[in-house]
Ligand binder design. Structure first.
Ligand SMILES: [Zn+2]
Length: 201
């Protein structure tokens, strides 16, 4: 598994300058919920350049999906990007970083999939508009976008470290049996996050 981990690290390291510029570009051009046209264009063009099959304006005007791989032999892993800003204070919530991290994770997982002996699984980078008050993910859930996704994950920047899962899905789940074990582990992560925040899974 180490060679897969290495390919992930390499792919992200190689793109680090471009990723940073992508994030700063979005930060310099803040857009409110459902109006993230600039970020949508930048992110989808970037992912296209990196070899993803991109669907622009997916479900929503500023939504997108970018895919690589097949679900015939493995899971569909979604990494979520947010990229909307707040009125007056711009990207104070750091959604430009969520976009950067989502794209970076997508690049890493794509690289790992490319190293597998046989086709295994799909990586879907999902652009979900309007987290700041618009609820773009709700529209996407209602449209069935998550129905064929096995695992969805994203990060949100914070000054503190909070609940997280330190595993890498593709690293931990080379087959169906181990995927089931991974699901159990992730279920525990979600349960602990829910307990910590007073929510229900
Ligand atoms: Zn936020």
């Amino acid at each position: 598994m180490d060679f897969l981990k290495l390919s992930i690290i390499q792919a992200i390291d190689e793109a680090s300058e471009e990723l940073e510029e992508l994030s700063k570009d979005i930060w310099r051009n803040p857009e409110l919920c459902f109006m993230e046209h600039y970020a949508h264009e930048k992110l989808t063009n970037f992912l296209e350049r990196k070899g993803f099959v991109v669907t622009k304006k997916f479900i929503l005007e500023t939504g997108f999906k970018a895919e690589v791989g097949t679900t015939k032999m493995g899971p569909n892993i979604a990494v979520i990007c947010e990229y909307d800003a707040l009125p007056v204070i711009g990207h104070a919530c750091g959604h430009n970083l969520i976009a950067e991290a989502g794209v970076a994770a997508g690049l890493g997982i794509k690289a790992a999939l490319g190293k597998m002996e046989k086709p295994f699984g799909r990586i879907t980078v999902l652009g979900t508009p309007a987290e700041e008050g618009g609820g773009g993910k709700i529209d996407m859930i209602n449209a069935g976008v998550f129905d064929n996704i096995d695992i969805a994950m994203m990060v949100h920047p914070s000054p503190e470290t909070s609940s997280h899962c330190s595993s890498t899905a593709i690293d931990r789940a080379p087959n169906r049996q181990e995927l089931d074990q991974l699901k159990d582990k992730m279920r525990c992560c979600f349960d602990s996050a829910a307990i910590g925040t007073g929510c229900q899974v």
